[in-house]
Design a protein around this ligand. Structure first.
Ligand SMILES: CC(C)(COP(=O)(O)OP(=O)(O)OC[C@H]1O[C@@H](n2cnc3c(N)ncnc32)[C@H](O)[C@@H]1OP(=O)(O)O)[C@@H](O)C(=O)NCCC(=O)NCCS
Length: 175
């Protein structure tokens, strides 16, 4: 996966308490905004999840994503792709949240944040292995956005998508 290029003046960095007010961020999805405003930092301080923010040239939060870890049962994974794995709970990376400021949507920030989230996941996965990245889509719009990136639904869960480690590795290494 090539380095994520940002427009001039933008940067992505770990969420900090001294970032501009998180409550000023609005993505058009109340649940996503509430996570950033009220829970992201608290969960990060408890070491339950890690959030990175996209800072725009004037220092405001233009987007963010949150990564965490979880386990899924072998039986919840598509048997064809995962048949060689042990039949027990298996570690996964979770793209728990992703959001772009409402007025900035459609300009590629979502794509850049997702690319950076997958790069972070790939880097982490080389040290703490997991079998897939999973995420839950908030609505059909989000579903269409993620499906462009080879994420596929888990069997029986139309809004829970996965990208296997081998797909992530192929993206990251270009083979
Ligand atoms: C989903 C979201 C993160 C996308 O961010 P964005 O900055 O608008 O997306 P981008 O501009 O990077 O779009 C990337 C590509 O996906 C496409 N795309 C974006 N939204 C799409 C949608 N709803 N349906 C289909 N394609 C979509 C774009 O056309 C673009 O295609 P291109 O690369 O060929 O130009 C943003 O709309 C958002 O924050 N929504 C509200 C919160 C949310 O739903 N979060 C996800 C669940 S936690």
């Amino acid at each position: 996966m090539t380095a994520v290029r940002l427009p001039p003046g933008y940067r992505i960095e770990p969420l900090r308490r001294d970032h501009p007010p998180r409550s000023a961020f609005h993505s058009g999805q109340e649940e996503v905004d509430d996570w950033l405003a009220n829970k992201a930092l608290q969960n990060q301080e408890k070491h339950l999840s890690a959030t990175k923010v996209l800072i725009d040239p004037v220092g405001a939060i233009a987007g963010f994503y949150t990564l965490a870890t979880a386990q899924v049962d072998f039986a919840d994974l598509p048997p064809k792709l995962f048949r060689r794995l042990p039949r027990r709970n298996l570690p996964v990376a979770v793209l728990a949240w992703l959001g772009v400021r409402e007025g900035d949507q459609g300009q590629g920030h979502g794509r850049r944040l997702l690319a950076q989230a997958l790069r972070d996941s790939y880097d982490a996965g080389q040290i703490f292995p997991f079998v897939a990245v999973i995420l839950d889509c908030i609505d059909d719009k989000a579903l269409r956005f993620y499906q462009r990136w080879d994420f596929c639904p888990l069997p029986g869960h139309n809004y829970r998508l996965f990208l296997s480690w081998s797909q992530l590795q192929a993206m990251a290494t270009g083979c």
